[in-house]
Design a protein around this ligand. Sequence first.
Ligand code: DGL
Length: 271
Amino acid sequence: MSNRDIPIGIFDSGIGGLTVLKEIARELPSESTIYLGDTARVPYGIRSPETVSRYSFENTRFLYSRGIKLLVVACNTVSSISLDAIRETVSIPVVGVIEPGAKAAVAATRNKKVGVIGTAATIRSSSYTKAIQAMDATVEVFGLACPLFVPLVEEGWTEGMVVELTAERYLKELKQKGIDTLVLGCTHYPLLKEVLARVMGGGVRLIDSAIETAREIRAILEAGSLARQKKDPLTREFYVTDSPDKFLEVGERFLGSRMEFIRKIELESEV
Ligand code: DGL
């Protein structure tokens, strides 16, 4: 099989990266994919940079060894902490989710006040602030960690009173800053988009890094003559590190399609 016809590899700490997979499937409908959700160790966002890096190397090694033409780090926490280090370990393009989201935020803001919500690790790293201000130093960036959103999404609670109240409580602070753009800086948050849009109100544009990342992947595949040529049906493989039950239930509902191929695997540790 030529390099063009092998799959795109995608990993996340859990189910949230499916938001990126869904956009890749929409933007690049003939590409095969292999998705790894490290469900046994989610959440990453509360862990130390050393631990997040170790997990992300193990995930990378698993996907790379299966033969992929491009790696998508569909996790804001990992993209914030170890993207450059991952790039050094493989000889294929590696795409993170921070740069594409930052680029879209800079293009969207009119009043130059941008909010970023993410995990504690992502916000602590200031990755979005650095990326946004490298593109436009006049943009003010307000970061806010919203750690309770991840367990809500993993549980499949993407609407209803608990989510509404949690969002109102978290976002109150950002609303007071007068932002006109809000980056959903965590792969799980696009699943809460409707609630977040309602709570922020019509004047605030939400930036979904997943959509921007899918566009960037298309550009890289086209520029590198890496787009799939084969006409036979594509494949979608899913791997998880814990029991697939919850992942299947929430994932199929979110993707709107069956996950025909899903396996539980053990990741090899470095030592
Ligand atoms: N996927 C992670 C991210 O985008 C959120 C979940 C976690 O904390 O592991 O930051």
